[in-house]
Design a protein. Structure first.
Length: 169
């Protein structure tokens, strides 16, 4: 009798474990943005930062948290356009642990971008990724030190010459 009870308990525990594992691992990568093209996805311990492009060629920066039931949408910010550069900021809030700036550009000469904010003595270097979408590049920086206000974007070519300067209040 004890063996049957133990076997039943083991079967139930295994079934629950398999169900939870299946639910967690079958969540779509980006459940909210299934029609958008994901240009950049960066995983952090607090969630995922996503740069995406929709069917209208609008770029957005989004943040998703991860939990036991999968990923949950927290917030987004659409990009403003400055010549061939799209800039977006997602400011820290109660649900977003850090401020993130994203720059999307199709300029092949742009090799490095730094972000400066007034009041800070240090410029933040960006992480860059070339996408498969017409040589589009995504530059991303996230920090708890950033505020998202009075931003200066400076871009450099391969030789280190400044080829881009955008001031965003």
């Amino acid at each position: 009798m004890k063996e049957h009870l133990l076997t039943l308990l083991l079967a139930i525990t295994t079934g629950i474990t398999m169900f939870v594992f299946t639910v967690i691992h079958t969540q779509p990568t980006v459940p909210v943005f299934s029609q958008d093209e994901i240009l950049f996805e960066h995983q952090t311990s607090q969630g995922n930062i996503i740069v995406r492009q929709n069917a209208y060629d609008e770029f957005a920066l989004s943040f998703l948290t991860r939990g036991i039931a999968g990923k949950s949408y927290v917030g987004s910010s659409y990009a403003t356009t400055h010549d061939d550069v799209h800039f977006s900021t997602l400011a820290a809030s109660a649900n977003i642990p850090f401020t993130t700036h994203a720059i999307v550009s199709s300029n092949p000469d742009l090799h490095h971008v730094i972000i400066m904010e007034s009041g800070f003595q240090i410029a933040h270097g960006t992480h860059a990724k070339r996408t498969t979408c017409e040589l589009t590049q995504v530059f991303l920086v996230s920090s708890v030190d950033l505020t998202g206000k009075d931003v200066m974007v400076v871009g450099f070519d391969a030789e280190g010459t400044i080829i881009l300067e955008i001031a965003i209040p």
